[in-house]
Design a protein around this ligand. Structure first.
Ligand SMILES: Nc1nc2c(ncn2[C@@H]2O[C@H](COP(=O)(O)OP(=O)(O)O[C@H]3O[C@H](CO)[C@@H](O)[C@H](O)[C@@H]3O)[C@@H](O)[C@H]2O)c(=O)[nH]1
Length: 236
């Protein structure tokens, strides 16, 4: 019998140009299932995935009525993956900035005992390609900012390519997570450490998305900047 104990959650908003190619790449690995959390993408991402899911039981789809944010999409995905019995639960972007070839490496680090494994751009061997100076500044500056204020012992707290072991997500009170954009990644790292779990970073190279547009906005960056202080003073 095929054991699919790994669920890769892919949140999507207007990723029709990417998702059709990404899903088969993830499913090349026998142990993996995909759970797409689509927020009513006007470009038909949800319809495309629904069609693919008809012939492939390892594709799951959770459809929400509108763009409700990255963080809440992951929380909905975590809850579904836990309910379906996943042991290893991954976060992954739809746009190929996260290479599916890294999935077995993230899994191996989790199986070796890490409670949370971060695909990290800022450890030896990791990096970014095709990024302009503005994006570099936001990413590196954001990590420095969050790392200093929250005392995080990791190099890349904002990245969204990760593997959680089941017991971590079971232990955290997911209803308490407040950040919805990039701050979500930082808040999750903080909560995982607060709960006494271990984190390991595995190097990844992160190229810019191939097609489609980033959903980064000023509001999302601002939310992250403010929520780091709220976390620091226990206000969320
Ligand atoms: N369901 C849903 N999906 C969303 C939403 N906003 C974004 N997404 C999906 O989330 C993934 C990442 O969105 P991007 O807009 O491509 O993010 P990015 O700017 O490249 O940010 C990435 O890098 C950041 C660190 O530099 C990470 O913090 C972030 O999590 C993400 O991995 C994509 O698959 C995108 O479709 C939303 O409101 N709802």
């Amino acid at each position: 019998m095929l054991v699919t104990d790994c669920t890769v959650i892919v949140p999507t908003y207007n990723e029709a140009e990417n998702i059709g190619q990404l899903i088969p790449r993830i499913l090349e690995h026998d142990r993996f299932r995909v759970l797409v959390v689509d927020d009513g993408s006007p470009d038909g991402t949800g319809e495309l995935v629904a069609e693919m899911a008809q012939d492939e039981p390892r594709i799951g789809l959770l459809r929400r009525p509108g763009k409700l944010g990255l963080g809440s999409a992951y929380i909905a995905g975590f809850q579904r993956a836990l309910a379906e019995g996943a042991e290893f639960i991954f976060e992954m972007d739809a746009d190929f900035s996260h290479d599916p070839g890294y999935l077995p490496g993230l899994l191996a680090a989790a199986e070796a005992g890490a409670d949370l494994v971060l695909g990290s751009r800022y450890v030896a061997g990791g990096g970014t390609t095709d990024w302009g100076p503005g994006r570099q500044l936001i990413s590196r500056g954001g990590n420095l900012y969050a790392g200093l204020i929250l005392g995080l012992p990791v190099a890349d707290a904002t990245g969204g390519f990760r593997c959680y072991r089941r017991h971590v997500l079971e232990r955290l009170d997911l209803s308490r997570i407040r950040s919805n954009g990039y701050g979500f990644q930082i808040e999750m790292v903080y909560r995982v450490l607060q709960a006494g779990f271990t984190i390991r970073e595995v190097p990844i190279i992160f190229p810019d998305r191939r097609v489609g547009r980033s959903k980064m906005s000023r509001r999302i960056v601002l939310e992250a900047l403010i929520n780091v202080w709220k976390l620091r003073f226990g206000r969320i």
